[in-house]
Design a protein around this ligand. Structure first.
Ligand code: AMP
Ligand code: GLY
Length: 421
């Protein structure tokens, strides 16, 4: 197939890598891609979605896969579909499940899907009044997309009120904060679950855990994610069933009733509180770095899953997963997540170690390429992925691979998957 992938991260690289490994040959294009995707296909530079759809038409692209949320919220799927193209991802309206936290919370409430008690408002008085009914910590969220930074966990009421004031005045997040959610703090453990959906049916992938904080022991600032592993033993069949019955099914049914059937990846951020799954948030795309560890666990065709999901035919296929575990360790640049770093040459030692060659690989993210040399030039630079028969084995292998990758300022967490060990 001729496949176009939108995005430039490790998530998109890992999807492309999985598709490249399929027996039937595929031709890949990336918009814009990164310094390593150019080894898997052709990087494009066509920013306008109408022009990109024209390119897809002219070049007989059979499937387009959208990685990040921004093009989805901007309506790239609607544009491609209006030109008769096949594209994987939710349309603009369904993408509101991620694009607007207010839309998401109101949807959850309307369809009785478990979520934290909340108020949605642009009135400072109402927000303060509700805050006073909660006990600390208190969670304050900006409505719109804030690049993962729009959630404040306030340790006391005063801190919550400052966060509310700064959001509603537009000071902290501009227009994205002109409506806020104030909600109760949920105390439990967090999971990332991914359902690949075709509007009616879905395939639930193995549950993963992300590591959002920069430093070991979940300390330091929030990041896009410093590592992930799957499947997590923290989910048993009973919990999977609860997530399906109480969250995924009602969401797909609800979105149909809303006239916006959900196609694409439903990423459910879950807090498990006393054994009960509560919805923290929805995203409408794969998590990063979760995607990097889920793709290598799929033993059936990844491209076919995306194609069937985009054409309402998921019920025709059986998606299969390996019995192995995968652990991914993110390698970030020196100033991440505070600012950019000077591009640094990446050196990967040649490996003569069978275990490393057979059971690990690198998913490249924030990299550029010049004269055959890769440079670390983004925040999260790459993910070292290890596979194994146990989480420990997968993790040991991922760290073996980390030992072979060098660039100035490289930064990793050394405790990925600690929750499971
Ligand atoms: P969100 O962008 O909504 O996923 O929030 C980012 C992070 O904030 C989540 O991954 C959680 O770790 C944390 N968080 C969000 N909402 C809550 C809540 N109600 N209780 C506890 N932690 C939360
Ligand atoms: N790893 C979490 C995210 O992609 O939002």
């Amino acid at each position: 197939m001729k496949i176009l992938i939108l995005g430039s991260g490790g998530r998109e690289y890992s999807i492309a890598r999985a598709i490249s490994n399929e027996e039937e040959g595929h031709e890949l294009f990336f918009q814009p891609g990164n310094g390593a995707t150019s080894a898997l296909g052709e990087n494009l530079n066509i920013k306008d979605y109408n022009d990109l759809a024209e390119f897809a038409k002219t070049n007989a692209i059979e499937l387009t896969i959208v990685g990040p949320e921004a093009p989805l919220v901007d309506g790239v799927v609607d544009i491609f579909k209006s030109k008769g193209l096949t594209i994987f991802g939710p349309g603009k309206e369904a993408a509101q499940l991620e694009g607007s936290k207010v839309y998401m919370k109101n949807f959850l409430a309307k369809y009785n899907i478990p979520t934290a008690r909340y108020i949605e408002t642009s009135s400072i008085e109402d927000a303060f009044k509700f805050t006073d009914t909660l006990s600390a910590p208190i969670v304050v969220k900006a409505d719109g997309l804030c690049g993962g930074k729009g959630v404040i966990i306030a340790q006391n009421h005063d801190e919550a009120k400052v966060a509310i004031s700064e959001m509603l005045s537009g000071k902290s997040f501009g227009d994205a904060g002109l409506k806020v959610i104030v909600e109760e703090f949920l105390d439990g453990y967090e999971l990332s679950m991914f359902a690949v959906c075709d509007g009616d049916d879905y395939i639930l992938l193995p549950a993963a855990q992300d590591h959002k904080r920069l430093l070991n022991n979940d300390e330091g600032p929030n990041t896009g994610g410093m590592g992930a592993y799957a499947p997590t033993p923290l989910v048993d069949e009973v919990l999977y069933q609860k997530v399906k019955d109480r969250i995924i099914r009602p969401t797909l049914d609800g979105m149909q009733k809303e006239g916006a059937p959900f196609e694409g990846v439903l990423f459910i951020g879950i807090m498990v509180v006393n054994g009960e799954p509560i919805t923290l948030e929805f995203n409408v795309r794969f998590g990063d770095p979760e995607c990097e560890i889920l793709m290598p666990l799929m033993t059936s065709s990844v491209s076919d899953m995306f194609l069937k999901a985009s054409t309402n035919r998921l019920s025709e296929i059986k998606v299969e997963f390996s019995s192995q575990y995968a652990v991914g360790v993110v390698m970030a640049s020196g100033n991440y997540p505070y600012g950019s770093s000077t591009p640094a040459e990446i050196i990967v030692d040649e490996s003569h170690h069978e275990e490393i060659n057979d059971f690990t690989h690198i998913s490249y993210a924030g990299v550029s390429e010049e004269d055959g040399v890769l440079y670390a030039d983004g925040g999260r630079v790459l993910v070292c992925v290890g596979l194994g028969e146990s989480i420990k084995q997968a993790r040991d292998r991922a760290y073996l691979r980390c030992g072979q990758v060098h660039f100035a300022g490289k930064k990793i967490r050394t405790d990925i998957a600690y929750q499971a060990l």
